[in-house]
Write a protein that binds this ligand. Structure first.
Ligand code: ADP
Ligand code: PRP
Length: 181
């Protein structure tokens, strides 16, 4: 249906999804990173998201402005429908997705390539604490959601070592070479 390629990066909280997406975008400036709409306060540590209220999230949903949307961690997330324009233009589009939302994502984008990022549980815990965005209670809840199943057809990317080592695996999986280093 589209000339471009959609890449969905999934994995447990703290595994490095946002970090690796940013590294990929740095290495390959042609890659489009979808800016997520999230009902999380603006200015939070991590990705630059489009921060909205619940009411605005719903209003945009009713207007058909989302390609896909889901709920997790007491928050709501959406990917803007504008990614379809980028895909039609032949671009590679990447977003930080949700494992539980994969059925909905695949229903709309059957050709999507899924990259599942993984790291040891103790590494996740240490990274979440160091990131400092969530409270101790929220971190405990996120760690419970870890899960280890590899979604069907997904490529596993290990992020136990350096960011560069994980980026290498992503470039290989996507058949890309770094345009800048
Ligand atoms: N390979 C790595 N080595 C060291 N720290 C990392 C690595 N990957 C990510 N981090 C750090 O771990 C924390 C969680 O990463 P983040 O990208 O926010 O994860 P996610 O988006 O999956 O929740 C951040 O503070 C980030 O800087
Ligand atoms: O269904 P799951 O795979 O468990 O994922 C649920 C949500 O958790 C993450 O959100 P968020 O970006 O807020 O947290 P993170 O940066 O700590 O991963 C991920 O990006 C999904 O939006």
């Amino acid at each position: 249906m589209s000339a471009g390629q959609l890449v969905v990066v999934v994995g447990p909280s703290g595994v490095g999804k946002d970090t690796l997406i940013a590294a990929l975008a740095d290495a390959c400036p042609d890659v489009v990173v979808a800016r997520r709409v999230i009902t999380r306060a603006a200015g939070a540590v991590g990705e630059d998201h489009d921060a909205v209220s619940e009411a605005l999230f719903d209003a945009r949903l009713a207007l058909g402005q989302y390609a896909v949307h889901w709920a997790a961690h007491g928050l709501r997330y959406a990917i803007p429908a504008s990614i379809d324009t980028e895909l039609l233009a032949g671009r590679m589009v990447v977003f930080n997705g949700s494992r539980r939302a994969l059925p909905a994502i695949r229903a709309r984008y059957p050709e999507a390539q899924i990259l599942m990022i993984t790291a040891a549980p103790e590494v996740l815990a240490a990274r979440l604490r160091a990131r400092g965005r969530e409270s101790a209670r929220e971190i405990a809840a996120r760690l419970k959601r870890v899960g280890t199943d590899l979604p069907d057809g997904a490529v596993l990317i290990r992020n136990d070592g350096t960011v560069d080592a994980a980026l290498e695996q992503m470039l290989r999986a996507l058949n890309l070479s770094a345009q800048s280093a």
